[in-house]
Design a protein around this ligand. Structure first.
Ligand code: ATP
Length: 262
């Protein structure tokens, strides 16, 4: 299976998924497999289809063909809220908090279709110790990094088995991004499996056991970070040979450096 091959038993299996937005074919025959307890990353340039893939997995976008299986069951008939109740929860790009609700109220929203499990609002407050003091503050008054933390907390109180993280680092300073990523080990220790979308390739390579590169809706590369070369990633990311790729504008960290892609 193209792009498949996660270790352990597959919690999530995406097979030959094709998704259209109107006439536009946003995803073409994308397959991947994520084992329980893994972190896998989707990388790719703007418009590659990364968000479309996450939206199809959580039921916000119906595929044209192919299937998504979760814990062995085909999800086609399950609406998004049923998928949340089954344990598939997304932190969307841009956070999408309710700006006129408080921190605490935003967290309560996340519990609406919650499974039973270890994550409660109090546990989220332990994960982000600055948060309890700010719980009555409106989400609109928080910094971007604080809003990202609340968005993660809102997802956690649903007690996900599979957490889909879309562009956590977008628009955040590197030190804030590092702090957000520092929370991943605790999420994994609580039994959560993670599939994340990340434009910062160096960040994706650091945290994921397997990386999938999308280009114009197709998987152009997939593998464990140790098995991928900078030239191979650059070529897959841009669809160019590495000699022809615009080196200075290459995907951040593909050659081992740090930085943002945009
Ligand atoms: P980005 O990093 O910019 O978010 P992405 O890799 O997440 O990009 P998608 O947002 O999945 O890419 O978009 C894939 C393609 O589908 C793009 O060409 C985009 O313009 C198009 N697209 C996405 N959402 C819609 C929509 N609701 N209606 C029409 N076209 C869409």
């Amino acid at each position: 299976m193209t792009g498949g091959g996660g270790g352990g038993s597959a919690l999530l299996e995406v097979s030959e998924l094709t998704v259209h937005h109107g006439q536009l074919r946003a995803l073409s025959d994308v397959s991947l497999s994520v084992g329980a307890g893994e972190v896998q990353a989707i990388i790719g340039a703007n418009g590659a289809g990364k968000t479309t893939l996450l939206r199809a997995i959580c039921g916000l976008k119906a595929p044209t063909s192919g299937f998504v299986r979760f814990d062995g069951a085909d999800l086609a008939a399950l609406r998004t809220e049923r998928r949340v109740a089954a344990g598939i929860v997304m932190v969307p790009e841009g956070r999408r908090l309710f700006p006129s609700l408080t921190v605490q109220e935003n967290l309560q929203v996340g519990a609406a279709y919650a499974r039973k499990g270890p994550w409660t609002i109090d546990r989220v407050y332990e994960l982000f110790p600055w948060m309890p003091e700010r719980r009555r503050q409106l989400a609109a008054q928080l910094s971007g990094g604080e809003q990202q933390a609340v968005a993660i907390g809102r997802a956690l109180v649903a007690n996900p088995r599979l957490l889909l993280l879309d562009e956590l680092s977008l628009g955040l300073a590197p030190v804030i991004v590092a702090r957000i990523y520092d929370t991943l080990p605790e999420l994994l220790a609580s039994g959560v499996t993670i599939l994340l979308v990340e434009q910062d390739v160096s960040q994706a390579l650091r945290v994921a056991s397997r990386v999938h590169c999308l280009l114009e809706g197709r998987t152009t590369l997939a593998g464990a970070p140790a098995d991928l070369t900078a030239a191979g990633i650059e070529s897959a990311y841009f669809g160019l040979s590495s000699a022809a790729a615009p080196g200075a504008a290459g995907p951040a960290g593909a050659a081992g450096g740090a930085g943002e892609t945009q």
